[in-house]
Design a protein around this ligand. Structure first.
Ligand SMILES: C[S@@+](CC[C@H](N)C(=O)[O-])C[C@H]1O[C@@H](n2cnc3c(N)ncnc32)[C@H](O)[C@@H]1O
Length: 262
């Protein structure tokens, strides 16, 4: 799976908004150490650094292109460190004040073990703050899964599907309540008005090229664009364009903020 920072950041405003909403709910005045898991291009880490001016921020990501963009955008700022690594095997060398993750942990499985394990890596009073897309039952994602299950694509594409990577909020409550002094869990639907794209591609297809389609493209190779065209036809039917060519794309996300006790 290879990420394209330019494609991902085309919708930077819509993608940043939930991160800002999450940061606003971190109940600490001046954390010293923050880790951003799945930091991507580093744009959210820069918002964290603005909010918590005294903190050092360790970004962790497995994607070289994303990390290169992050390094470029913070080159002279000693508060940031960018680390290449797989989140599934991440162990901090010190207890961390804030473990933050925006739109990344849904790429990992076994949340029943992962989330409690992250709590154990926090310093006393430390905070785990996570946002994940929860739109996998929406027509956009159903269109992708229907395409992947269709006769032409299923041998290559069906194994790549992650149909329900995020559990119900009640499950996160059950996993974290025994370990947390305070828990704050919520789900929000953002009504995203996506403008027309310069190429005329359906805006939801362009959106998903930057995220959910990412694992499909390298596996399908030369056939990737034919797959995207099949997917795009389903998206066109599910989300008719508005008069000026844009679309309304309701997008649900879940938020988990858990604070450890002393
Ligand atoms: C949707 S992007 C989010 C980037 C950033 N957090 C943001 O909000 O802009 C997801 C990021 O998670 C990273 N990622 C996904 N699975 C990962 C894993 N197992 N280990 C490390 N990074 C991972 C990807 O490389 C990608 O940069």
């Amino acid at each position: 799976m290879t990420w394209d920072p330019a494609q991902y950041l085309k919708y930077e405003g819509h993608r940043l908004r939930p991160a800002i909403d999450l940061i606003a709910r971190i109940p600490l005045a001046a954390p010293g150490t923050i880790v951003d898991l799945g930091c991507g291009a580093g744009n959210v880490a820069r918002v964290l650094a603005d909010r918590f001016a005294g903190a050092t921020i360790d970004g962790v990501d497995s994607d070289k292109a994303m990390l290169a963009r992050a390094r470029e955008s913070t080159a002279t700022d000693p508060r940031f460190r960018w680390n290449e690594g797989d989140l599934a095997h991440w162990h901090p060398p010190y207890p961390v004040d804030v473990i933050f993750s925006n739109a990344a942990l849904h790429w990992l499985g076994a949340h029943d073990a992962l989330f409690p394990a992250l709590m154990q890596k926090l310093a006393p009073h430390g905070v785990l703050a996570v946002q994940m897309p929860d739109n996998h039952a929406a027509p956009s994602h159903e269109a992708l899964f229907d395409t992947a299950r269709s006769l032409r694509w299923r041998s290559l594409a069906e194994p790549l599907m992650r149909t329900r990577p995020v559990a119900p909020l009640e499950s996160y409550h059950a996993w974290l309540a025994p370990l947390a002094h305070k828990l704050d869990l919520w789900r929000t639907t953002y009504l995203q008005a996506l403008p027309p794209t310069p190429s005329g591609e359906h805006p939801i297809v362009a959106w998903m090229r930057g995220s959910t389609l990412t694992p499909f493209v390298p596996v399908l190779g030369a056939d990737a664009e034919a797959f995207v065209a099949d997917f795009a036809a389903r998206v066109e039917a599910a989300y008719p364009r508005q008069r000026e060519g844009g679309v309304l794309f309701p997008f649900s996300r879940v938020f988990v903020v858990a604070q450890r006790g002393a």
